[in-house]
Design a protein around this ligand. Structure first.
Ligand SMILES: [Zn+2]
Length: 213
């Protein structure tokens, strides 16, 4: 499995394309594109690598992680895969936009077509992506773990030397710490961590250096 990162929009969200190098089946995670130019970067990567986009997955439903959902879902016919525990967010897009003083032509509500749950396993070619529930930053936050390729996409739960904020609607500090320590820090130490913002890291490095843990 290969993973490619892109940084999009004024929040600096990391959008990831995960794909199986044998079958070229791909998942787009947290499409944060807000401009035609950002959309073109995703499209040209997909085209030049001959990828077949099978999934659009949201790690959680904060607006900065889903600006490009409609574009991807429509263009690649994927529908949206995410936890429905974030419905308080996905049903209040306009409210989220107002909170961050954003103008957006997005609909007020995004429908999750394929609800994801803890323990679900998605396949790209012969390789699995395991869904880990990591609530705390938001109620429906999930991480995407690729055990064979030894990486995990953590959304806004865990960052390099930091953790997600818990002051937004539905957030819980206790829940977040519990999710990180029980579900993420227990992964093999050499697992690469790809967070929703900022640079990648490893589980080992966060165990040693993260001042919030
Ligand atoms: Zn977030």
């Amino acid at each position: 499995m290969k993973i490619q990162s892109f940084e999009f929009n004024l929040f600096g969200v990391n959008t990831y394309i995960i794909f199986d190098t044998n079958t070229c089946e791909a998942a787009i995670v947290d499409p944060g594109m807000t401009t035609e130019r950002e959309c073109a970067r995703i499209d040209s990567y997909i085209e030049s690598n001959g990828l077949h986009v099978k999934y659009l997955i949201n790690t959680h439903m904060h607006i900065d992680h889903l600006f490009g959902d409609e574009y991807i879902a429509k263009k690649y016919g994927t529908g949206i895969s995410a936890s429905t525990d974030d419905s308080i967010l996905s049903e209040r897009i306009a409210e989220q936009a107002r909170m961050f003083h954003l103008r957006t032509d997005m609909p007020d509500s995004l429908n999750v077509d394929m609800p994801l749950h803890d323990g679900d396993r998605l396949m790209l070619g012969a390789e699995p992506i395991d869904v880990l529930a990591v609530p705390g930053h938001s109620p429906g936050s999930i991480a995407l773990y690729c055990p064979e390729s030894k990486f995990v996409v953590t959304g806004d739960a865990l960052f390099k030397n930091s953790i997600g904020r818990t002051d937004l609607p539905g957030g819980s500090y206790e829940q977040l710490i519990s999710s990180i320590t029980k579900r993420l820090l227990t992964l093999p130490p050499d697992t690469t961590v790809y967070p929703g913002h900022g640079p990648s890291t490893t589980i080992e490095s966060e165990l040693r250096h993260n001042p919030f843990l």
